[in-house]
Design a protein around this ligand. Structure first.
Ligand code: 1HN
Length: 347
């Protein structure tokens, strides 16, 4: 198949004639539409927390969480500026909630995850339950669930927001509602969802209420302890070290329908084999220090740094210390559509 058919004066004249009818020839664009492998505008990039933190803190005196509704600095992929995307299909932002502030209750079609970077004890409420958040916690807001955030601690809290905004945008399926109160009524004690659904038990007659995990805070302390116990077997995957997927305990599927989330441990001195997959991935360093090569782009990272690997770019990690990476991607969507592919080692 020719990439682009040759343009002759006769053809050009024809294209010009059909243009007012809102038609255009496939043979001029086919090569760009159907590429032999993924060709993304998304670029490898890193946001170093030390470098971006001052701007996040400065936003705290520029506008209140209430006025902003959500006080967030969007992380825009340099190849996708102006589109509010960190990858082609996903959104990311750094959200700041100052002591005493509330981010008012609303709900929307987009699903959201929070990955806590800084601060202790601020909370988010989902489905009538509050959860206190600590660094490394992975917190979910299912789509169309009321949610509000508050900070009763005496320090700022910053987390990474990950949303499926571009996916919902693609389907033109966005709705939002404001509750009209700062905070939703709290009807369940802290920790109820985790006790009910996250202890290897389920209520005997439990029926899934939707595609999202009923557990909405996966505390880092527990996930980290699991990795530490598992490392004793020394069962390292050549491409991933020890990589776990956050799971919806009611279905065994991903915790969120549109966003796959992962936590991986790479032991000191480990270098992973080159790996590529079609799900562009956002990584967050939780602990340790290392270096990731994405295509021909090498990025050195430390805790709280956020970096991106676009679809089908070869990825290799090399760590100087025991390191933990959280990551998220659109893998559940691609799997459901039969599109997801990976390539281990030969990338
Ligand atoms: C949202 O609701 C939150 O609830 C964060 O914290 C970021 C970005 C776009 C649309 C809604 C939140 C968001 C958002």
């Amino acid at each position: 198949m020719a990439d682009t058919a040759e343009e002759t004066p006769e053809r050009r004249a024809f294209y010009d004639r059909i243009d007012p009818q809102n038609m255009t020839p496939l043979w001029s664009v086919m090569g760009a539409l159907i590429t032999p492998e993924p060709k993304s505008g998304c670029q490898p990039h890193i946001w170093r927390y030390d470098e971006v933190r001052p701007a996040v803190m400065e936003s705290g005196s520029l506008i209140s969480a209430k006025e902003a509704e959500r006080r967030v600095l969007i992380l825009e992929n340099p190849g996708l500026r102006g589109q509010s995307r960190i990858t082609t299909s996903l959104y990311a932002g750094l959200q700041l909630v100052m002591p005493g502030e509330v981010a008012p209750a609303h709900r929307h079609s987009q699903s959201a995850l929070r990955f806590v970077l800084e601060g202790h004890g601020a909370h988010t409420a989902v489905g009538g339950e509050r959860t206190l958040m600590e660094p490394g916690d992975f917190v979910i807001t299912p789509n169309w669930a009321w949610h509000d955030h508050g900070n009763l601690s005496d320090e700022p809290m910053v987390w990474l927001d990950g949303l499926d905004i571009p996916i919902v945008q693609f389907f033109d399926a966005s709705f939002v509602e404001r509750l009209g109160q700062d905070e939703q009524p709290v009807s369940r004690p802290d920790g109820d969802a985790l006790a009910r659904y996250g202890e290897g038990l389920l209520p005997v007659d439990h029926e899934a209420q939707g595609p999202t995990s009923p557990v909405f805070n996966y505390p880092y302390e527990r996930s980290r302890a699991a990795l530490e116990t598992m490392r004793r077997t020394g069962d390292w995957d050549a491409c991933h070290g020890l990589k776990m997927r956050y799971v919806n305990p009611a279905t065994g599927g991903f915790a969120m329908p549109t966003i796959g989330t992962f936590l991986q441990l790479l032991p000191k001195g480990f270098t992973t084999q080159r790996y590529r997959s079609t799900d562009a991935t956002v990584f967050v360093c939780v602990e340790g220090e290392g270096m990731t090569t994405v295509g021909d782009h090498t990025m050195k990272w430390r805790p709280r740094d956020i970096f991106v690997a676009p679809s089908w770019y070869p990825v290799s990690h090399e760590v100087a210390e025991d390191s933990v990476l959280f990551s998220y991607s659109d893998r559940p969507v691609q799997e459901k559509l039969g599109l997801w592919r990976e390539d281990r080692g030969n990338a």
